[in-house]
Design a protein around this ligand. Structure first.
Ligand code: ATP
Length: 290
């Protein structure tokens, strides 16, 4: 096998809490990561020349060392002394800088794909460890499914499958820097933290409504103030059938969970009508681990 074509799945956060700031400046988090059926397509071909060549459909994305797929290929080449090169074709569908871990998932796909086409036989746990060098979300994107991420996001614990449901994804036309959001976050005694354990308990009991009711993202305390459109999108979703709607990661993407296809149709139409979001997608939960 000289080439492989893989899906790089996006993630949402069913819960995101920040416990505090460590002395080294990193934030201590507790997040529930969930893969969804919204994906980029990553094709990897072996080449005789030793170079890494990246092509993508988005003209504004870098195709050099600054692209996470390039970084992943370089890391694999160095670590496993691969002499040949790769030609990577990246078709982006996941919105960029949206809180959906698109870039991390592309990097994860390259690591998994190169492991296959070069017959390296590397265990998934080793790939996950290596992936952390590229970004905190990469190990989860290698693993997929549902997981609790702790520490600075690197301590992963697999959770039982999340109940399946339709998921509405909406990204407004604003860009948010993850670094900026964390810098602006102020935690005081009065800060209301999402109940991550309640979300986990409801996942265990397969109670979709219970999961939805307990979802929360502490980073909204920063982003909603700066971009009120996030709150407006949540409102439209909730008034049009969503069991609940929150922001994913550091935003600005909002997602809503729905009980069935009829309800998500209603949410989708209302959101389109509102003109609040630049990208609107219907998706669903992806439970299978790699
Ligand atoms: P997270 O949820 O992990 O914070 P994100 O979804 O907010 O991630 P990404 O789409 O992964 O953000 O990318 C953020 C930045 O990384 C962009 O500014 C982009 O220029 C750069 N980047 C590098 N490689 C990629 C890639 N393959 N896909 C998307 N962005 C990339």
């Amino acid at each position: 096998m000289d080439e492989v074509s893989l899906k790089a799945l996006a993630k949402i956060n069913l819960g995101l809490d920040v416990l505090g700031k460590r002395e080294d400046g990193y934030h201590e988090v507790r997040m529930i990561m969930q893969s969804i059926h919204l994906y980029d397509r990553v094709e990897i071909k072996k080449t005789k020349s030793p170079n890494i060549h990246v092509e993508t459909n988005l003209f504004y994305l870098p195709v050099d060392e600054n692209n996470l797929v390039y970084k992943a290929a370089k890391l694999m080449k160095n670590e496993f002394r691969i002499k040949e090169g790769v030609r990577i074709t990246l078709q982006k569908f996941i919105p960029v800088a949206a809180g959906l871990a698109g870039g991390s998932s592309d990097a994860a796909a390259v690591m998994v794909g190169m492991n296959r086409i070069f017959n390296l036989g590397i265990k998934q746990s080793r790939l996950m460890e290596l992936g952390l060098q590229i970004g905190a979300d990469v190990p989860f994107c290698i693993m997929r499914g549902t997981a609790l991420a702790e520490g600075i996001g690197e301590k992963l614990t697999a959770l039982p499958s999340m109940p399946k449901c339709p998921v509405l994804i909406a990204k407004p036309a604003v860009s948010v820097s993850t670094k900026h959001v964390y810098e602006q976050l102020r935690l005081t005694e009065n800060t209301v933290h999402p109940d991550i354990d309640a979300v986990i308990e409801n996942i265990r009991q397969k109670k979709l409504r219970g999961v939805a009711e307990n979802m929360g993202n502490i980073l909204e305390t920063v982003t909603v103030k700066e971009y009120p459109v996030i709150k407006e999108i949540k409102k439209v979703m909730k008034e049009n059938g969503a069991l609940n709607a929150i922001m994913s990661g550091s935003g600005p993407t909002v997602f809503g969970l729905f009980a069935n296809e009829k309800e998500i149709r209603r949410g989708y139409e209302a959101l389109k009508e509102s003109g609040l979001a630049k990208n609107v997608y219907t998706s669903d939960i992806h439970n299978n681990r790699r």
